[in-house]
Design a protein around this ligand. Sequence first.
Ligand SMILES: Cc1cc2nc3c(=O)[nH]c(=O)nc-3n(C[C@H](O)[C@H](O)[C@H](O)COP(=O)(O)OP(=O)(O)OC[C@H]3O[C@@H](n4cnc5c(N)ncnc54)[C@H](O)[C@@H]3O)c2cc1C
Length: 479
Amino acid sequence: MPAIASEYLAIDRKKRARTPSLEVATRPVTERVCDFEDVAIPMTPEQAQMEAARCVHCPDPAPCVEACPAHNDIPSAMWLIEQGEFLEAAQLYRQTSSLPELCGRVCPQEQLCQGSCTHLKAFEAVLTGPLEVFVCDYERQTVGVDVVVGEPSGKKVAIVGAGPAGLACAEQLIQQGHSVTIFDAKPAPGGLLTYGIPNFKLPKQVVFWRWNDLERAGVEFVPETYIGKDKSIDDLMSDGYQGVFIGVGVGVDAPMEVPGEDLPGVMQATEFLIRCSLDDEQLLPEEMRGRPAVGEKVAVIGGGDTASDCLRSALRLGAKEVTCLYRRTEYEMPGGLHDRELAREEGAHYEFLTQPVQFIAGEDGRLAKIECLRMELGEPDKSGRRRPMPIEGTNYIVEADTAVLALGYWPDPIVGETTPELDTHKWGLIIADPDTGATSRPGVFAGGDGVTGPDLVVTAMVAGRKAATAIDEYLNGLN
Ligand SMILES: Cc1cc2nc3c(=O)[nH]c(=O)nc-3n(C[C@H](O)[C@H](O)[C@H](O)COP(=O)(O)OP(=O)(O)OC[C@H]3O[C@@H](n4cnc5c(N)ncnc54)[C@H](O)[C@@H]3O)c2cc1C
């Protein structure tokens, strides 16, 4: 932070650290459970300045910068915000992140930047996520956001998948002057930002604002084109694309493989969430239109972010009792803590160490009960989490007329299967260099969940940016 060194020396660190944090402001529970609108209340400029002034400016490397997968220069942004230089702070975020207005809203900050804040030793962390959102929204509302387009290089790149990885890759490549076309199986861009994460966490409008920035910069979007079926990667190469980025995510809901899974009343998380969050018929495939019908007692099975989103969506659909069934304890849950706290506040219950073993129909043929088994924790598995082990003879019944399966996601193997010489793992994830996204096929790069398995918006975004740098180098080396 060279520009602020003199002021920095004068910082009264103890005073800064002892200043109480603002609460993350959310709409009242009774109000927010009645709709699917944004839960968060934006900060005012004064609040943003006060909160940013709590940063004690740790010496390099600051833990928050290290913990951010994009390595955003958070301490410098805090300093700029404290001075009221909101536009400069937004620009700083945009140097290292292609989607700051989105990451600020959906990153599990308590596990990343805020979770590493030195304040946490005695006080509350600086609210770095909401501050990132504040400055990016301020920038959009005051001067607007433009993506600067580079000198035309004459090179064409095809991107498969318009999720965070694909969008970030496009944002970087268009700035380097390459012509970019994104192909996606869905009608609209955004990947899980549009077709997954609920509106109450991430208003769709924010996704489309960012997409419009890219579209204005010249990124072309080809909807409803399923690569591997409608066209292959080889077809794209024959169509004159000199480089291809594959950012296809992991879109297949993991099955539970227990009896009764196909009963009416048992739903998969993705379709459930898409139907809850998208009203615009233009954005939805025909078979997915209309809110899902839930009964009074909803059970959500799983422990990740998707499970929290389903619990909160079921409450908004009017269910009276909404319970999460999870086979380990809360400690092993992979989903973000903040989302879980909001789900609890809104009325969701949790039953831990519980494994459904059968879905049972009532007289009308629809789901009526779930037979479950109590679990205990055994030795840690490969992920380091303790393995859930069934306790024989502890079967019991949970009454439920609706169940939502939020068990995780598997990759769709079609791109790997239809692309000669593209190496994949046997379960379908694409093998790519973590630093460059380079795959076994020259000119073909990959990144995001389709390479790592289910992860985060920010990690997919970073992978898209890294691949863009490598694609640029590759294209510059051609001819
Ligand atoms: C319900 C839910 C909630 C989540 N909440 C959070 C959260 O709060 N915070 C967070 O950080 N992360 C969250 N995540 C995870 C995050 O959304 C993903 O890690 C991230 O979107 C991955 O980005 P991606 O670009 O790799 O893939 P995706 O976002 O999955 O996008 C892939 C795109 O590729 C397209 N596609 C796939 N196959 C093909 C094909 N063959 N041809 C053409 N197009 C294809 C798909 O239609 C899709 O648009 C959540 C995930 C889910 C499911």
